[in-house]
Structures are given as structure tokens and as C-alpha cells.
Design a protein. Structure first.
Length: 226
């Protein structure tokens, strides 16, 4: 957890308030995040698994570059949507959001999007990489809710990435094609279960557990204004 100042509290409460709301028809609530992955190939083929024993890998491996998993998690439906890309640039972000809006949320009037406050995560990325009319359409559709600096624990997509790392990325994957195949299989399995995250940390909980930080922010503000 980073430094808790007034901006941190404001962003935290905004996200928590969104989580605490009821589902509304025509509105989607989605968490988004990105995870870089190293592509590591085998130099020596691993020994086949024997019953009751783990597969044995050689310590030597080959670096095959990196890739990025982009993931959106729907709070209300328990569905997640993923893409695997080479990079996480503004162009990749804009293309992913356009795909998300058109392919999966064409029915939604608005998408409330929780994400980290990175320079790529802006309406400006739409305008830099899409025709102006398309960029404006996306900007009107997405309402951004930014987690605080060093507050990515507030993003439910982080929990999904923890599951992905444990169930899919806990071994060497040597190519972007293999990574994409494995991530899509994992995503399909999770979606069939409609696996939902049960979030219990609320605004009221935060005000109780972080009471000292809230008080300090008020005191600091009083001192600076007097």
C-alpha cells in the first residue's frame, strides 16, 4: 500500500463505491489490467512425468522475449476477456478496448472501467490510434475509475491474474502462440464456471480500518490551510 493521502482516499472510495453498487441493466462494471510475461523455452527437453511425481525441468532455459496478457473481468457476470499481445502500448490499449466494447459490450450503454492510472489508460489513447468518430464513441462509452497510486490491490483484475499465474503461468512457456493458447483455455474454463470474486472490503470498512489515515489527512489539510 502506498502513501495514503487525500487523492489515495478519493480514488479508493470511488472504486469501492462502484463495487458496492447493485447491477444495473445496460451498464457494465469491468476491471482491467495487464501482465507482462517472459517467454522461456527449453534448452533440454524436460523428463516425462512419472505417476506421483512432478515433471523435471533442466535449470537451463532460453529467453524468447516477452509478451503481455490483457484481461478484463466483469464484476456482474463473472466473465473475463483476454488477449495476448507483444506489447502494452497506447495502440494495444485502444485496440483492446475497442474490441471489448464492440465484441462483448455492444448491448451496454456505459462501461464502468476500473484500472490503474497509467499514461496509456486514457481517452487520449483512443484518439491517437483510432478514427476520431470511433474514439469519441469509445470515450463516451467508458467511464474510468482509477485505483490509487500503489493501490492496485483494489483492482479485482489483480485477483484474476493471481489465479492465472497459479493455474497457467507457473511453468515455462516458450512462444507467444503457446501463451495465447494456454491463456484462452484457462479463460474458457473460468468463464464456464462463471467464477465470481466475492469482494467484502467496503467504504465503511475502509473508514474503520484506515481511521488514523483519514484523520491524518484531515489534520494535514487543516495545518496547510492555517
Amino acid at each position: 500500500m502506498g502513501k495514503i493521502d487525500s487523492r489515495y482516499l478519493a480514488n479508493m472510495e470511488d472504486v469501492l463505491d462502484l463495487y458496492g453498487q447493485e447491477a444495473v441493466e445496460g451498464r457494465a462494471r469491468v476491471c482491467f489490467d495487464e501482465r507482462p510475461c517472459q517467454l522461456l523455452g527449453e534448452v533440454v527437453a524436460p523428463l516425462p512425468m512419472k505417476e506421483g511425481k512432478l515433471e523435471k525441468q533442466d535449470n537451463e532455459y532460453k529467453r524468447n522475449g516477452t509478451a503481455v496478457v490483457l484481461l478484463a473481468y466483469d464484476i456482474d457476470t463473472g466473465q473475463r476477456y483476454v488477449q495476448v499481445r507483444r506489447r502494452r502500448t497506447k495502440e494495444d490499449y485502444a485496440q483492446f478496448m475497442e474490441w471489448l466494447a464492440r465484441e462483448h459490450y455492444g448491448h451496454a450503454g456505459h462501461i464502468e472501467l476500473v484500472q490503474d492510472n497509467l499514461n496509456t489508460h486514457s481517452h487520449g489513447s483512443f484518439y491517437e490510434n483510432l478514427p476520431a468518430a470511433d474514439a469519441r464513441e469509445l470515450a463516451r462509452k467508458f467511464n474510468f475509475h482509477f485505483t490509487p497510486k500503489h493501490g492496485s490491490w483494489l483492482n479485482m483484475a489483480e485477483i484474476e491474474f493471481s489465479v492465472l499465474a497459479r493455474e497457467c503461468l507457473n511453468r515455462r512457456i516458450g512462444s507467444i502462440e503457446e501463451l495465447e493458447r494456454e491463456v484462452l483455455i484457462w479463460c474458457e474454463k473460468r468463464n464456464r464456471k462463471a467464477a465470481k470474486i466475492h469482494w467484502s472490503f467496503t467504504v465503511n470498512t475502509a473508514r474503520v480500518k484506515l481511521a488514523e489515515q483519514y484523520q491524518k489527512v484531515n489534520i494535514d489539510n487543516y495545518v496547510s490551510n492555517n
